[in-house]
Design a protein around this ligand. Structure first.
Ligand code: SF4
Ligand code: SF4
Length: 442
């Protein structure tokens, strides 16, 4: 029998009951695709299930427990809340599941968090504290808002009305300012005028990720209207989480498609890749290093454009009109790799778990804020993989990943170098030498 008209609105948990009930506990969401498995070590894709090792923590457990909670067979509790939040929402389970069954596991996990918040069960207390800081200071750290733009190099001036608007994000503005500085210097080197928001606020990633959907929506509406009024045709980010928010989750929560935003969302790596092909950026200075490239979840499997859909479910679960599923294979994979291929001197290598099978660094989507030990553990797992392939450091394309890897390197007193790709790009196009940090600080 056809399921009446529905859509993938994550505020409607009833729209995801089919997906949650459809889980057959096959655990395809836990393991890396067998053909890519390097062996026993590094064979899992779900940080939560790997760390906690009980079925409750894998997507299969979360689907069962979520259903029991919705159907009032299981009362709310601290344990239940813990199970749903000690999860990086990394999307690995969604990709794994769709190898077998077309179930929307990632969206179900998001919808469950929205329900927990609406029921007064979520988010975690640490998330609420962060949310309050966002409301008060417009950044996730509670730092003074008036210092948000302090990172902008004195010699570089944004151009009002420019077609490219650079959104630095909270990490780029306060913590890893070397990433934002490198980004604007790369823009300058490529001859690209850029503007910034007059008054940049947090993108709202934490609010959205922990299920505070109304608050996230207000943040999205405010930010979107400013960019639309700015005349910019491109919104550029160097943070993978900001990128996913602007490109995928703003449209998702506002019932739009990515193509209806009114401007294009680009990550720095996409911009640089294009600039290389147009001859506006050339690499000439060798960057020596034996480094591994880490796919940030929000730039890779979570970054496919959002296409608004509504329709009916017919016999055997067939959707009408047909739905083009987001399978994680069309994320931003090639641009960073092709950039690295062109940098002279660098020896970079793939990790065992790569692209849509990548293993999350553990930091994002509220995880590090509420579960710093779990986030640290995930970063350590990833760094073990770096060591296992013989690399001397790691490159990511997100300051959030960089931050978490640095924490782990520092804790374990490792000699590993940690770079954001923007630093390598800048160094190789003749950026200031001292910008090569490869630092071990946090
Ligand atoms: S892969 Fe999908 S169906 Fe299989 S256990 Fe995981 S969520 Fe359930
Ligand atoms: S989103 Fe990531 S951490 Fe959470 S259940 Fe899925 S694979 Fe595991």
């Amino acid at each position: 029998m056809a399921q009446k008209q529905f859509d993938f609105d994550i505020t409607r948990i009833d729209h995801f009951l089919y997906d949650m009930r459809g889980c057959i506990k096959c655990k395809g969401c836990m393991w890396v695709d067998h053909i890519y498995m390097p062996g026993i070590r590094f064979s899992t894709r779900c940080p939560s299930a790997t760390r906690y090792f009980f079925d409750s923590f894998g997507a299969y457990g979360k689907m069962r427990i979520g259903l029991a909670y919705i159907e009032k067979r299981l009362p709310p509790s601290d344990t239940l809340r813990h199970i749903f939040y000690v999860c990086t929402l990394c999307g690995a389970c969604d990709v794994g599941c769709k190898r077998n069954l077309d179930l929307e596991i990632g969206l179900s996990l998001e919808a469950l968090r929205v329900k927990l918040v609406r029921d007064g069960v979520g988010p975690m207390p640490a998330h609420q504290k962060k949310a309050d800081e966002i409301f008060l200071c417009h950044n996730v750290f509670g730092y003074p808002h008036k210092k948000r733009g302090a990172w902008i190099p004195q010699k570089i001036s944004p151009t009002k009305g420019a077609k490219t608007l650079y959104f630095a994000g909270c990490y780029g503005s306060y913590i890893h300012t070397e990433v934002s500085r490198a980004t604007v210097k790369i823009l300058e080197a490529s001859g690209t005028p850029f503007q910034m928001m007059d008054d940049e606020w947090c993108c709202g990633n934490l609010l959205f990720s922990v299920g505070m959907i109304e608050e996230a929506k207000r943040q999205a509406e405010r930010n979107l209207s400013i960019v639309r009024e700015s005349g910019a045709t491109t919104l550029l980010t160097s943070c993978a989480e900001c990128y996913r928010m602007w490109k995928v989750d703003y449209p998702k929560i506002l019932h739009l498609s990515t193509s209806e935003l009114g401007f294009e969302v680009k990550h720095l790596t996409e911009f640089v890749h294009e600039a290389i092909s147009e001859g506006r950026i050339k690499f000439s200075i060798p960057f020596e290093g034996k480094l591994a490239y880490h796919d940030s979840c929000s730039l890779s499997r979570l970054s496919e454009p959002w296409i608004s859909w509504s329709g009916e479910r017919q016999q055997w679960g067939i959707l009408q009109p047909p739905l083009s599923r987001r399978r994680g294979t069309c994320g931003v994979y090639q641009s960073p790799r092709e950039i690295l291929n062109l940098i002279p001197g660098i020896h970079w290598a793939e990790l065992h778990r790569k692209k849509e099978n990548g293993f999350c660094c553990g930091a994002g989507r509220g995880t590090e804020d509420a579960f710093p030990d779990f986030a640290m553990w995930a970063a350590e797992q990833r760094l073990e993989e770096v060591v296992a392939i013989g690399a001397e450091g790691i490159i990511s394309a997100c300051p959030r990943c960089k931050s978490n890897f640095l924490r782990a390197v520092k804790k374990n007193q490792q000699e590993l170098q940690v770079f954001d790709i923007s630093e390598i790009i800048l160094a190789s196009i003749g950026g200031v030498k001292k910008e090569r940090s490869g630092d071990r600080r946090h």
